[in-house]
Design a protein around this ligand. Structure first.
Ligand code: G3I
Length: 379
């Protein structure tokens, strides 16, 4: 880490520091996550629609005070930013980027090419027939050129392709894959790079701690590299549970990807404290289960014993992240407070979960203090 710090100071001195360096160099007086992790890696969060437009101003205020990187939770997904052919809605993304710039935050665009939250019209022609490979590539290119082009120089990193493989490490059967073939990823990276050559470009996925999926993702990154796709980093989402995955697998995920010579980042960190609704441990948004009382054991408050487990789990995980801070460029939480988390509604709707480090009253939880302490020790 110290070598990165030295390098970034040197780069700043000669006037060509990267965007990331610039956001890590600031000085803040009050103690916050952004000051505690300065010099280690960027520390990020997401903003939802209500926070962007100030209906949850406390959430927005907390986010910009504590974090130095921001990802749009939903407002840059295809169905939101490009809901109909030729119709773009940039309002929420524009507003989020204005907020980020006012507060000196690194901006991540999420996400350009995904099988989910992409309207069906994207894959069909006017006669209702599936598009040809060439026509779908043209549509993908147009979308990427429009969105990346609009935010050139303002969005610093893009989740170019999201969740393209499944747990056994093979390619996910999506319209993108079926119609275009595996090189849809190469093309997506090429199109994004052509529009904004300065932007960092990532492949982003969950459950990379499962060995078969991780190995598939490694093969995918190698395939992209062999085909000269301009990938700069991998996002390991980090949707974890109290007892899954093992710490060894979390650490191996970081070291294995770093060995490929790309940046590694944790892009969607949260820790589910509720009983699993079924065996599946991933983050497939289409999975769902019925509510049963035993699946929602803490509707009013988190018992101290579970709070302690959550704190210990965050401490253990951040020990790993700090140990590998030379390889990790950013750790982003998937939500500002517990009340905002998608985990309250997935895979069971209407539960009360506690997966983050700020509570429903915008107050820091013991896990917040634990990771700040670790970060301070690491400096
Ligand atoms: O805002 C609309 C509202 O107008 C509408 O009435 C209501 C009815 O369904 O839906 C609301 O939109 C919901 C949106 O979240 C905002 O709350 C969508 O239905 C719901 O599908 C959407 O869920 C998001 C999910 O991705 C799918 O896009 C979650 O907030 C978001 O946290 C989650 O994030 C994903 C990452 O993008 C990729 N990795 C996994 C991660 C967790 O699933």
């Amino acid at each position: 880490m110290k070598s990165i710090l030295f390098t970034s100071i040197l780069l700043l001195l000669i006037g060509c520091g990267s965007d990331r360096d610039q956001y890590q160099q600031e000085q803040t007086e009050e103690q916050t996550l952004r000051s505690a992790f300065e010099g280690s890696f960027l520390i990020g969060t997401i903003l939802n629609h209500r926070q962007i437009f100030g209906q949850d101003q406390r959430g927005q205020d907390l986010a910009v005070r504590e974090f130095n990187a921001v990802t749009a939770e939903n407002v840059m997904k295809w169905e939101n930013i490009h809901p109909e052919p030729g119709v773009y809605d940039f309002d929420a993304a524009d507003t989020m980027i204005d907020i980020a710039e006012e507060n000196g935050m690194f901006v991540v665009g999420h996400t350009l090419v995904w099988h989910s939250q992409t309207p069906d019209w994207v894959f069909y022609d006017d006669e209702g027939e599936l598009l040809s490979r060439e026509a779908l590539l043209e549509r993908m290119k147009d979308h990427i050129e429009t969105v990346v082009g609009r935010y050139k120089g303002r969005v610093h990193g893009w989740d170019v392709v999201n969740e393209a493989i499944v747990d056994d490490g093979t390619m996910r059967d999506t319209y993108w894959y079926r119609i275009i073939g595996e090189d849809f990823l190469v093309k997506a990276f090429e199109y994004a790079h052509a529009v904004d050559p300065e932007a960092e470009l990532y492949y982003n996925d969950y459950s990379l701690e499962i060995p078969s999926k991780r190995e598939g993702a490694i093969r995918l990154v190698e395939y992209l590299q062999e085909n000269d796709a301009p990938i700069t980093g991998i996002g390991t989402q980090g949707h974890f549970m109290l007892d899954f995955p093992d710490l060894e697998e979390i650490e191996k995920t970081i070291t294995d990807f770093a060995a490929l010579g790309i940046d590694v980042m944790v892009t969607e960190l949260d820790i589910d404290v509720l009983p699993p609704a079924f065996d599946y441990m991933g983050a497939d948004v289409s999975a769902s289960a019925e509510m049963r009382e035993e699946l929602n054991p803490y509707p009013d408050a988190l018992p101290d014993s579970v709070q302690q487990q959550l704190t210990d789990r965050y401490r253990d995980i951040f020990e790993i992240y700090l140990r590998h801070s030379d390889d990790i460029t950013r750790v982003t939480f998937w939500g500002v407070t517990d009340g905002d988390s998608w985990k309250n509604n997935w895979p069971v709707s209407g539960r009360t979960n506690y997966p983050l480090i700020f509570d429903r009253n915008w107050e820091p939880k013991p896990a917040y203090h634990a990771i700040i302490e670790l970060a301070e020790e690491h400096r």
